[in-house]
Design a protein around this ligand. Structure first.
Ligand code: HEC
Length: 149
């Protein structure tokens, strides 16, 4: 639902995460959380490419979405949720939880730094978002099943 609305509006308030539905399997919870993270990345990527006008409020809303996600993502990998529901989580999350947590912390820190930087133009945005995207990639490389991206 939130994703659908996003197609028609970039109002910052709509960028907040879908509330987690009680009783939903963790595989689906984290999948949905990551979709929210990706949706928040979209306007930023478009601004960087010049396809969307820079908008500081939209940028900050995306950063907030990432920050909220970073706070809860680590709790979405309980024992027993290693497989099922087409999860893209790699077994390394369970065999090397410390390494996974470290990637999550670097992501959280990059997001905090981006929020503190409070970018007011495209140059500032690129400088702030670059390290965040690197942190996404660094975690996916070790802890997400490889796929097309
Ligand atoms: C600490 C690790 C970590 C970080 C940081 C991280 N991801 Fe992920 N991401 C994952 C894992 C693990 C999955 C697979 C989750 C699953 O399927 O259970 C995933 C899945 C995804 C997916 C697929 C969602 C789907 O359809 O299932 C997208 C898109 C995504 N991440 C985008 C991002 C973006 C964009 C960022 C940064 C802004 C990011 N991720 C940061 C670990 C991370």
């Amino acid at each position: 639902m939130v994703r659908l609305l996003l197609k028609f509006s970039v109002l910052p308030m709509l960028l907040t995460l879908t509330p987690v539905v009680a009783g939903e399997p963790p595989q689906l919870e984290r999948h949905e959380l990551m979709e929210g993270v990706r949706d928040a990345a979209k306007p930023i990527a478009k601004m960087s490419k010049g396809e969307l006008e820079f908008d500081a409020a939209v940028v900050m809303a995306s950063f907030q979405t990432w920050s909220e996600a970073a706070k809860v993502f680590g709790d979405m990998f309980p024992q027993g949720s290693e497989t099922g529901y087409d999860t893209e989580a790699r077994e390394t999350i369970w065999s090397d939880r410390e390494g996974f947590n470290a990637k999550l912390t670097s992501f959280d820190e990059a997001v905090d730094a981006a929020i503190a930087a409070n970018p007011l133009d495209l140059e500032g945005l690129n400088a702030a978002a670059g390290p965040v995207f690197k942190a996404c990639k660094a975690c996916h490389e070790g802890y997400r099943v490889e796929d097309e991206d």
